[in-house]
Write a protein that binds this ligand. Structure first.
Ligand SMILES: Nc1ncnc2c1ncn2[C@@H]1O[C@H](COP(=O)(O)OP(=O)(O)OP(=O)(O)O)[C@@H](O)[C@H]1O
Ligand SMILES: [Mg+2]
Length: 275
């Protein structure tokens, strides 16, 4: 059976030890090829949801009720082995500083090739070509130069784009991106966000994007969820949430975004200019 929803989060609550739940009774669905944004204040539980979907909650933390269905399977029943199998293959993740995880003492190209070959049984040459293809897709035209660089020779934005390229080369069905652009300056943020939106077009990846920036969510997402104190206080299509919010907190968030239409991310149909 083909799953229409790639991810179905049903009434989950998540606790860290004996503390009050960090996430309470949250439900959200991600359809095939859909980009879902999660916004909300610091500490509202956004990353906790992402960790739960990845099976990466810290020791002592647990999903205390509800289900997380990934393509018709309840992943909360997965064994550790099964988790490892899907992480990095069918699900990929990018954090705020994924670029910072590149090893400083090895050239980017070697690291990229090793990562690819740990997933696919292909030759070094084939892996190299795959990496170059993906780096170009991230709008770094001189892919050979990037491959030949040590991480310290690249800017933060370039490293983050390399990290996204590494995540995407596995053609994951679901990409979980937790503040992937927050550490970058605004212009670079806009570039990376545009390129992530392109990736969905090219690879049909569904994306869950956690961001503080409602402007980014408005540019990129089909649906937006707003979290406050562990609860999902607003959920709807981008147009509903931006133009017709029901929740007071969403309205406050919206009023704090200086200029949604003219923001650096462009309007809804912002053309990809490749700059
Ligand atoms: N390892 C942990 N141990 C105990 N409590 C935690 C842990 N990680 C998060 N929490 C608590 O869970 C709640 C939700 O945290 P979470 O990191 O999911 O928020 P967030 O929305 O991602 O915030 P931010 O925007 O700052 O990244 C917070 O109250 C936080 O203090
Ligand atoms: Mg977080």
């Amino acid at each position: 059976m083909i799953a229409k929803n790639i991810l179905d989060i049903k009434n989950i609550s998540i606790k860290y030890g004996e503390q009050a739940p960090a996430v309470e009774n949250v439900s959200m669905t991600v359809k095939n090829k859909e980009i879902v944004g999660i916004v909300g204040e610091s500490g509202s539980g956004k990353s906790t949801i992402i960790r739960a979907v990845l099976g990466l909650l810290p020791a002592g933390a647990a999903v205390s009720s509800g289900n997380i269905i990934f393509k018709n399977e309840d992943i909360l029943n997965y064994s550790e082995r099964k988790w490892r199998e899907i992480r990095g293959n069918r699900m990929a993740v990018i954090f705020q500083d994924s670029g910072g995880f590149l090893t400083p003492v090895k050239k980017v190209g070697n690291q990229f090739v090793e990562t690819i070959r740990s997933h696919f049984h292909i030759s070094k040459k084939e892996a190299f070509d795959k990496a170059v293809f993906m780096i170009k897709k991230m709008d770094m035209a001189d892919a050979a130069a990037v491959m030949n660089s040590y991480p310290f020779q690249l800017s933060g934005g370039m490293k983050q784009r390399v990290a996204i390229a590494m995540a995407m080369v596995m053609k994951p069905e679901l990409l979980l991106a937790d503040e992937p652009t927050s550490a970058l300056d605004v212009t670079v943020q806009a570039q990376v966000v545009r390129q992530m939106a392109e990736l969905r077009k090219n690879f049909n990846t569904s994306i869950v994007l956690v961001t503080h920036n409602l402007g980014v969510a408005a540019y990129m997402c089909d649906k937006i969820g707003v979290m406050q104190e562990g609860r999902l206080v607003e959920w709807g299509t981008k147009d509903q949430v931006i133009n017709n919010p029901r929740n007071k907190y969403t309205m406050e968030l919206l009023s704090a975004v200086p200029e949604l239409e003219g923001c650096d991310f462009g309007g809804k149909e912002a053309a990809y200019t490749g700059d």
